[in-house]
Design a protein around this ligand. Structure first.
Ligand code: HEM
Ligand code: HEM
Length: 190
């Protein structure tokens, strides 16, 4: 399998980046929308796509551990490297914390974890009142719910910073950072 070089990123890196980025942005928006509006019809899809992100994010982390991080496509100051590296770590760990906290929140609260119509974890129905569910561990469920919300908002902040950084490279520095993540081979002059 092709690995990342300074001139060109691998298909694996590019495919995983844009798939996870798209799904994360959509899930953050849908998560806030459905919670604010108590739109329970969206919960099943939110959870299912969240489980898909978990699988993709695990593959991504394995790929990063094996392959390391892409080298910078320009000559930057030490603080710029540091800031982008911190943001990349938060983003990639966030893509694991969000689905894991979601699964813990739902299952411990007694709700189901579906994957498009198939229950990975079924709801814990109350035998005395089958309409209602019984928490499996209410305290753990509430902690996970808080983590899901707080990390969600932290991630939105980091994504704004991350996209601003990508646009700064493209528009102000006029370097190949963004084009390289779009699959283009770039010339790197050190
Ligand atoms: C429209 C939105 C986005 C744009 C334009 C964008 C752009 C980029 C670019 C140009 C790079 C390469 C940086 C480098 O060469 O050092 C990059 C890397 C990265 N991005 Fe994004 N990104 C976006 C959304 C996201 C989202 C939503 C996430 C995660 C939640 C994310 C996570 C990462 C990570 C972890 C890296 C490090 C390299 C890797 O693991 O693939 N990005 N992004
Ligand atoms: C993987 C990426 C995911 C992202 C980015 C994400 C994002 C969000 C966000 C931003 C909210 C709104 C939080 C609030 O304002 O209180 C939310 C709510 C929620 N998420 Fe996720 N989520 C993800 C995965 C999951 C998964 C895998 C599950 C369950 C299996 C899940 C279950 C829920 C539930 C049940 C709520 C509603 C919480 C409430 O009613 O208080 N999420 N999500």
């Amino acid at each position: 399998m092709m690995t990342d070089t300074q001139q060109q990123l691998s298909k694996t890196t590019i495919l995983l980046h844009w798939l996870v980025a798209l799904l994360m942005i959509a899930l953050l928006a849908v998560g806030i929308y459905m919670t604010e509006n108590k739109d329970y019809s969206l919960y099943g899809l939110h959870k299912s796509f969240g489980v898909v992100v978990l699988v993709l994010a695990l593959a991504r982390v394995a790929w990063r551990i094996k392959n390391g991080w892409p080298l910078a496509a320009g000559n930057y100051k030490a603080w710029e490297h540091k800031l982008s590296h911190i943001v990349h770590w938060i983003l990639i760990i966030g893509t694991l914390i969000m689905p894991i906290s979601g699964v813990i929140m739902s299952s411990m609260g007694g709700h189901n974890v579906p994957l498009f119509g198939f229950d990975l974890i079924p709801a814990n129905h109350d035998p005395a009142n089958p309409q209602a569910v019984l928490a499996r561990n209410a305290e753990l469920g509430e902690v996970a719910e808080a983590v899901h919300a707080i990390v969600g908002y932290l991630l939105i902040l980091c994504i704004v910073l991350h996209v601003a950084g990508a646009l700064k490279h493209h528009i102000i520095d006029k370097d190949g950072t963004l084009m390289r993540m779009k699959g283009k081979r770039i010339d790197f002059n050190s």
